[in-house]
Design a protein around this ligand. Structure first.
Ligand code: NAD
Length: 469
């Protein structure tokens, strides 16, 4: 099997030759990527239909338009992002120039999963190009139709000496990871995240890990039940629940539960009609393996809506479970499918405790008409992101950082954060080779008075006296 040495070497030679550094080069590649999306929308919609039966509306909204927004933002702001950032100085360097240079990292590796295979491959690529890097892209082999289309299109639009696609699954990625990269940007499951981080550690390669987990959704008794039901159903059943940000489970009071189940049932009916299997707006499970895994979770608790499956189509109906115990299988792995367990709690405090007893999620959601309740959940829990009274709408704002914490990942991206992720903040000081008199005070032989002067010249002073008594 290929070792990918030659691929990585070629990219490194071109990086070291400075090919990716000029702003004109970066802009031309970003424009080319935009053109790729613009000119191949039909092919991208088609491959996502084949892989996930993804509705064109969802493709436009969550894959193509998000990539194009990122490209547009980068193109519009690149010259500002790339500028040296001048910083304040101390007395000792007051005549010098001190700044932060946003240096590209070098040859970086982007590994992506199958659930949003265009978005999660191309958005990191946008930031890596903008920051002036050479990139190896490794899309998921599970979304095989999209993998093929990306592998075919990317070399036709981007500079092949600087950007390349490696296809394949575990064996290929394992070999690829034996090479030294300057950064690895991984999106996928926490278990594979550990494998990536271990491989990266051998070369002291820094990583971003965009992982998954179980996103809690607390619904307080004072929430507008119709709106909560509709918004939760949309966020949960979008892409057939195969979204890292999908509400994984709901916590609400016992007396509110039946109302909420009713509202979610009504929403499912409104969204997908009498028989959701016939709806053009509901995706399918990516593979046989995942179909069997998610189907097995239907054994937990009691099905109050949905529950139908069809293996031949990898169809699982939008399903709501109640009477689920925390020890049930559905509560012990990321569901990643159209199955929503609702658990009851007696108070917001109990909900917060429940959330805090588990790994820190990628997102936490709280529904309430009371700011005080929303703030309690926000202030007393920890998660990658937080939304009040909706599902994953925060991800549409590219001025917000996107990333996990703890078990849901490390590092962040989107918008300028992606550019910063793929840049090294290089501390630069440019001094004159003259003015030696000013330096003499720091050289031996040392003395008390010299020390006092040097400390004064390099130290930062507190502006006012300490406020703590
Ligand atoms: P995965 O971890 O199985 O695979 C992700 C990538 O890693 C793929 O390209 C795959 O080929 C590669 N890979 C798999 N096993 C490997 C191994 N042993 N060694 C080296 N490489 C390997 O994830 P998935 O099933 O494709 O995606 C689902 C997971 O991704 C979920 O946990 C989901 O929450 C998470 N996810 C997170 C985000 C986010 O932004 N945080 C977004 C989407 C998905």
């Amino acid at each position: 099997m290929e070792s990918y040495n030659e691929t990585v070497d070629l990219l490194r030679r071109n990086f070291l030759a400075g090919k990716t550094r000029p702003i004109q080069f970066r802009l031309s590649q970003l424009e080319a990527l935009n053109k790729l999306v613009e000119e191949n929308k039909a092919a991208l919609v088609q491959c996502l239909k084949k892989d996930l039966n993804k509705p064109p509306f969802e493709v436009e909204l969550s894959e193509l338009s998000m990539v194009q927004s990122e490209i547009n933002l980068a193109v519009n702001n690149l010259s500002t992002w790339m500028k040296d950032e001048h910083v304040s100085k101390n007395l000792a360097t007051t005549l010098d120039t001190a700044f932060i240079r946003k240096d590209p990292l070098g040859v970086v590796l982007v590994i992506s999963p199958w659930n949003y295979p265009v978005h999660l491959t191309l958005i990191p690529l946008v930031g890596a190009i903008a920051a002036g890097n050479c990139v190896v892209v490794k899309p998921s082999e599970i979304s095989q139709n999209t993998e093929k289309v990306l592998a075919d299109l990317l070399p036709r639009y981007l500079d092949k000496d600087c950007f390349t696609v490696v296809c394949g699954g575990v064996p290929e990625t394992t070999r690829l990871l034996e090479n030294k990269f300057d950064y690895i940007f991984f999106t996928g499951s926490p278990n594979v995240g550990k494998i990536i981080m271990t491989a990266a550690a051998k070369h002291l390669t820094p990583v971003t890990l965009e992982l998954g987990g179980k996103n809690p959704c607390y619904v307080h008794d004072d929430s507008d039940v119709q709106n909560a039901g509709r918004r939760i159903a949309w966020a949960k059943f979008f892409n057939a629940g195969q979204t890292c940000l999908a509400p994984d489970y709901v916590l609400c009071s016992e007396k509110y539960r039946d109302k909420l189940v009713g509202a979610i049932q009504t929403s499912i009916h409104e969204f997908y009609g009498e028989d959701p299997k016939q709806s053009p707006d509901l995706g399918r499970i990516i593979s046989e393996k995942h179909f069997l895994r998610v189907s097995a979770l239907l054994q937990s608790g009691k099905i109050v809506t949905g529950g139908q499956t069809d293996e031949s189509e990898r169809y699982i109906a939008p399903t709501v479970l109640v009477d689920v115990k925390a020890s049930d299988p559905v509560m012990n792995e990321e569901i990643f499918g159209p199955v929503l367990p609702i658990l009851t709690v007696s108070s917001v405090d109990e909900a917060i405790d429940f959330i805090n007893q588990r790994e820190r999620p990628l997102a936490a959601y709280a529904f309430s008409s009371s700011t005080q309740i929303v703030n309690q959940v926000l202030d007393r829990t920890s998660s990658g992101g937080f939304v009040a009274n909706d599902g994953f709408m925060h991800t549409t704002i590219i001025s917000l950082p996107f990333g996990g914490i703890g078990h849901s990942g490390m590092g962040m991206y989107h918008g300028k954060f992606t550019f910063d992720t793929f840049s090294h903040s290089r501390a630069c000081l440019l001094r004159s080779d003259g003015r030696e008199k000013l330096n003499e005070v720091r050289y031996p032989p040392y003395s008390e008075s010299r020390l006092g002067f040097v400390l004064y010249a390099v130290g930062a002073k507190q502006k006012s006296s300490c406020v703590l008594s």
